[in-house]
Design a protein around this ligand. Structure first.
Ligand SMILES: O=C(O)C1=N[C@H](C(=O)O)C[C@H](O)C1
Length: 292
């Protein structure tokens, strides 16, 4: 289900500051045209925290329309810090959502037993499969391989978006012994190639707004066992990701997409501030085949 590259779309803004709905649709088709397996609406990259409820609903609606036409998976980001409100958010997901990307509760640090209780409660109530979003440098909560394996045995937990900031012992333990039907997708752009080499199914990668085709080729090359090709692609794309993440995500990506004429402005909402010109120009230079 999670195989391939899923692009967590940026939310483009018009000069007026409103969400540029047409640009979301254009961008969605653009990445699917270039090989993406699916879209993620309302990820960190989509500046979900800065959107009001009506804007969030509109973003989902547009992405769901495109995914239905293109027969692509739509995963919707669901962020909540307590179990009851997260269940409510899951139950209110509109038609068209094929999976929900649910962050490990952040800041609270409920402990691994709390994480297990949280996701088990969600899994009993969710109308769509869950993808756990494990990103300890944002949430502050460690989650080990044993906990993920335990949760991955639940039929409604389809996978984990794994973003631990590198490859560690838990990464190796997890990928070495995955529960049946449970997949790992990379969420740290710079580490996608080694994660695929270890057996990840794909990635949810903001960098894949650029060079979408090359990212899908990277997944295919590792899955086909073509290590020389995968290694070369992986090194090149890691340089692109480093340039795109030189300033807080998604500021540089938006700068480059704007420079390429794919979105109307590079604007982000506070507390994010637009990326500097140097970072944007550098990322444009590294993306040798912009958009493809
Ligand atoms: O929004 C996402 O999904 C992603 N967010 C990560 C982040 O901003 O830390 C990066 C990743 O590429 C996808």
């Amino acid at each position: 289900m999670l195989r391939g590259i899923h692009v967590p779309l940026v939310t483009p803004f018009a000069e007026s500051g409103e969400v540029a709905v047409d640009a979301i649709e254009k961008l969605a088709h653009h990445v699917l045209d270039h090989g993406a397996a699916g879209l993620v609406a309302l990820g960190t990259t989509g500046e979900v925290a800065a959107l009001d409820p009506e804007e969030r609903a509109r973003v989902i609606e547009v992405c769901a329309g495109v995914c239905a036409r293109r027969q692509a998976l739509l995963t919707v980001g669901v962020t909540g810090n307590d179990t009851r409100s997260t269940i409510r958010a899951l139950r209110s997901l509109p038609e068209g959502a094929g999976a929900a990307l649910v962050t490990v509760p952040s800041f609270l640090r409920p402990g691994e037993q709390g994480v297990i209780a949280h996701f088990e409660a969600l899994a009993e109530e969710t109308p769509v499969p869950l993808v756990i979003y494990h990103i300890p440098y944002r949430t502050g909560q460690a989650v080990g391989a044993a906990t993920l394996r335990h949760l991955g045995a639940h039929p409604m937990i389809a996978g984990v978006k794994y973003a631990v900031g590198g490859i560690d012992q838990d990464t190796i333990d997890l990928l070495g012994d995955l529960p049946e039907g449970f997949e790992v997708v990379g969420g740290d752009d710079a580490f996608i190639s080694p994660l695929l080499a270890l057996g990840a199914a794909g990635g949810i990668l903001a960098s894949a707004h650029l060079e979408t085709r090359a990212f899908t080729e990277l997944v295919d090359a590792w899955h086909a066992g073509d290590a020389p090709r995968a290694r070369a692609l992986g090194h090149r794309l890691a340089r692109l990701s480093a340039a795109l993440f030189a300033e807080p995500n998604p500021t540089v990506i938006k700068g480059v997409l704007h420079a390429l004429g794919l979105i109307p402005t590079p604007d982000v909402r506070l507390p994010l501030v637009p990326a500097g010109e140097r970072a944007v120009s550098k990322a444009r230079l590294v993306a040798v085949r912009p958009g493809e």
